[in-house]
Design a protein around this ligand. Structure first.
Ligand code: SAM
Length: 318
């Protein structure tokens, strides 16, 4: 029995590794299209909106000369935000090595990067980051934008991710991020007719494989970890993702790692509250998200914006 268990465990681990590989392959294969091509994308307003949310979230938690960890940093979509925040040091990590080297190149050609930076290729949901860092480095801010949900493939991965987030995070330091809003997604799936486990519109689709319908019309099978769905976002994403049930994330995990929830908002509410604030409103207009620009954000894009939520935890003082 011990042997059977061992083989089953190894099989599960190698399946998990191949899923991570699939995600890395997907992001590595996405070409660096440049500004002009990005402007032509059919989800240009959604991209700008998502960027605006990240800008606001980062500006609220960053401080001058901060040491920052950008985990799952991709091609460096937030480099300018770190420059604007006047940070002192940046560590960028990602499993997709091609994306990471594109970020490094971007950083090296930035004219306004006053901060120093290092880039570490790492599967940060399976491997520990601390041994790769300078021993006494302390992060003031850890940021995980649109990437943390991949770790909810298993409890072990989610724990490794949180270990990496908190190991070198200073007391009082911030952990911020953006993830799909499980509540929003599951609520929508539950409105679908019996046998249908897919939601979406022209811009996005979310399709579950392991959800079942009970006789009384309920949809069941939304497990706390490994609840996989296929996510498609036009011109952007096409890969397996995992539901992050917020109560599991907050109460069963983050609190155990000394993190206290200070802020959580679905992107729709985020827009309602932050879009009226002076500086953030100016930025929204500059990014042409609001104000009647052509093309305007479509209804479909706005619906897809609601998939996500933003959060901020603070590391408790002992
Ligand atoms: N944070 C960046 C941004 O907002 O522009 C990139 C977001 S992209 C949607 C998701 C990123 O998560 C990809 O770059 C992907 O390679 C990274 N990722 C997925 N699984 C990972 C893992 N196990 N370890 C590290 N990074 C991972």
């Amino acid at each position: 029995f011990e042997y059977v268990r061992k083989v089953a465990r190894e099989q599960k681990e190698s399946d998990a590794a191949s899923q991570a590989h699939l995600v890395a392959q997907h992001y590595n294969a996405r070409p660096e299209v440049g500004v002009e091509k990005r402007q032509q994308s059919s989800i240009i307003r959604l991209r700008s909106f998502n960027n605006w949310v990240k800008s606001v979230l980062i500006s609220r938690h960053v401080r001058q000369d901060a040491t920052v960890l950008d985990m799952g940093c991709g091609k460096g979509g937030d480099l300018q935000k770190w420059a604007r925040g006047n940070i002192g040091y940046l560590v960028g990590t990602d499993i997709a090595e091609v994306s990471l080297s594109q970020m490094k190149e971007r950083y090296q050609t930035m004219r306004n990067a006053r901060f120093k930076a290092e880039f570490i290729p790492l599967d940060s949901y399976s491997e520990l980051l601390a041994p790769r860092l300078a021993p006494n480095i302390r992060f003031d801010l850890v940021s995980m934008q649109f990437c943390m949900h991949y770790s909810f493939e298993s409890e072990k991965k989610a724990r490794t991710m949180l270990q990496n987030v908190t190991a070198n995070l200073a007391e009082g330091g911030w952990f911020i991020g953006t993830i799909p809003d499980a509540n929003w997604i599951i609520k929508k799936v539950r409105t679908m007719p019996k046998g249908q486990h897919e939601i979406g519109n022209h811009v996005y689709s979310i399709k579950f494989e392991d959800i079942k319908d009970t006789d009384d019309g309920n949809k069941v099978g939304f497990t706390p970890f490994g609840c996989k769905y296929w996510f498609h976002l036009t011109d952007a994403v096409d890969c397996p993702e995992y539901i992050v049930p917020f109560p599991t994330f907050q109460s069963s995990l983050a609190e155990e790692y000394g993190l206290e929830l200070k802020f959580k908002q679905n992107f729709h509410q985020f827009f309602e509250s932050a879009s009226h604030e002076g500086d953030h409103n100016t930025l929204l207009r500059r990014m042409k998200v609001v104000g009647g620009y052509d093309p305007e954000m479509s209804k479909e894009e706005w619906e897809a914006a609601g998939i996500y939520l933003a959060f901020a935890f603070q590391k408790k003082k002992r």
